[in-house]
Design a protein around this ligand. Structure first.
Ligand SMILES: Cc1ncc(COP(=O)(O)O)c(C=O)c1O
Length: 377
């Protein structure tokens, strides 16, 4: 169970029979439950003592400590890439990447539902820009075929799309990239650590060889400890170029030592033992199948721990989420403009830290509220 802080500030308290059980958090990106892992916490505390609270500098002045370069090496090793570069966040990794290496002679192809940070990053670059229809390979192929004479072609996609919990068809994207001699960049924020057999992300989910995707951007702020930080991993030449040119890397402070040490411990854990992805997979299957049996519509990929409970009406979704909190379950409703009109939902996120009894309690609460509000019979 994950205790939710700050509820009192919002004047919201669980009611009903669950007062003694605390509030269950089902809306966090703490996919592997590692933000409260004792070894991760201890690593952060030790780094505070050993390296201080912060470095008061950007990386290239005096902001690079051994732990920063060690973490970059671990990230590259985890993904089986040549090198990696850390940023203060993945938002920054996406903001820094495209401007640094694309020119007006290049073309960039971006899924229309890519994350806001990708959209902003692409705005900053001078390449010709194409937005292809969401996960639509026909449209992507058409757009690629218009750019045969460009210097470089880069396809950019979220690995998993966070509003819907669906996964980009990376196998097909890589095939198209091959056909059209294009590069592929994936933002794996909602995949790294847990998607694929050993948590290597969307590439592994599709059984693609490491390196099938040219560039991976991801975050340390979700499954990988949940603090903050982001990175790009890929070819060494690209990483060298980013160290020279990526503006959020050059002009923003280094990650603080405790944050670096926590993430570094997470990579040690993930690379040191198997089985980290099993519990979240079991939890996802349990929630999705039991909720479907109860009569709810859960969208997204069957394997993804983002489980959007589709409700349609925005007001209904908001009331539903409030009533869930009254029953001790913390979930959030999403409605227009965050998702399309009449596609309001409650986005439930599974974590490996949820016990089966937590999941069953949540399904029971969904069932009670669903019946009360006429969503299910
Ligand atoms: C797909 C995607 N990319 C990038 C980000 C930004 O990550 P960070 O919190 O590390 O800036 C997020 C965070 O919500 C995300 O979901």
């Amino acid at each position: 169970m994950i205790e939710v802080e700050g509820m009192k500030d919002e004047g919201k308290k669980p009611q009903g029979n669950n007062k003694d059980e605390g509030i269950l958090n089902f809306c966090s990106n703490n996919y592997l439950g590692l933000s409260s892992h004792p070894e991760v916490i201890n690593a952060g505390k030790k780094a505070l003592d050993d390296y201080g609270a912060g470095v008061s500098s950007v990386r290239f002045i005096c902001g690079t400590q051994t732990i920063h370069t060690e973490l970059e090496s671990k990230i590259a090793r985890f993904h089986e890439r040549e090198d990696a570069i850390l940023y203060p966040s993945c938002f920054d990794a996406n903001a820094g990447l495209f401007e640094a290496f694309l020119t007006p002679d290049d073309c960039i192809f971006s899924d229309e539902l890519n994350h806001a940070s990708i959209i902003d990053g692409i705005r900053l670059c001078k390449a010709r820009k194409f937005r292809y229809k969401h996960r639509n390979m026909e449209d992507l192929a058409t757009k690629l075929s218009e750019c045969g004479d460009s210097r470089l072609r880069l396809i950019v996609t979220d690995g998993a799309f966070s509003m819907d919990g669906n996964v980009a068809p990376l196998d097909l994207i890589c095939r198209l990239a091959n056909d059209y001699n294009a590069l592929v960049m994936v933002d794996d924020c909602h995949a790294t650590g847990f998607l694929g057999k050993t948590g290597r992300g969307t590439e592994e989910h599709f059984n693609l060889m490491p390196g099938a995707v040219d560039i991976i951007n991801s975050t340390l702020g979700k499954a990988l400890g949940g603090a903050s930080g982001g990175y790009t991993t890929g070819p060494i030449e690209l990483v060298h170029l980013l160290r020279q040119r990526a503006r959020p890397y050059l002009f923003s402070n280094s990650l603080p030592p405790p944050v670096v040490a926590c993430a570094s411990k997470v990579f040690d854990l993930l690379m040191g033992a198997d089985g980290f992805t099993e519990k979240i997979r079991e939890n996802t299957t349990r929630f999705r199948s039991k909720m479907t049996e109860a009569g709810f519509t859960i969208s997204g990929d069957a394997h993804h721990p983002i489980c959007p409970v589709m409700l349609g009406d925005a007001r209904l979704a908001a009331v539903f989420a409030d009533e869930m909190l009254d029953r001790g379950i913390y979930v959030i409703s999403f409605s227009y403009p965050v998702v399309p009109k009449d596609k309001a939902r409650i986005r439930v996120q599974m974590s490996a830290s949820h016990r089966f009894e937590d999941i069953d309690r949540t399904i029971e609460a969904f069932t009670q509220v669903g019946k009360r509000l006429g969503v299910i019979e």
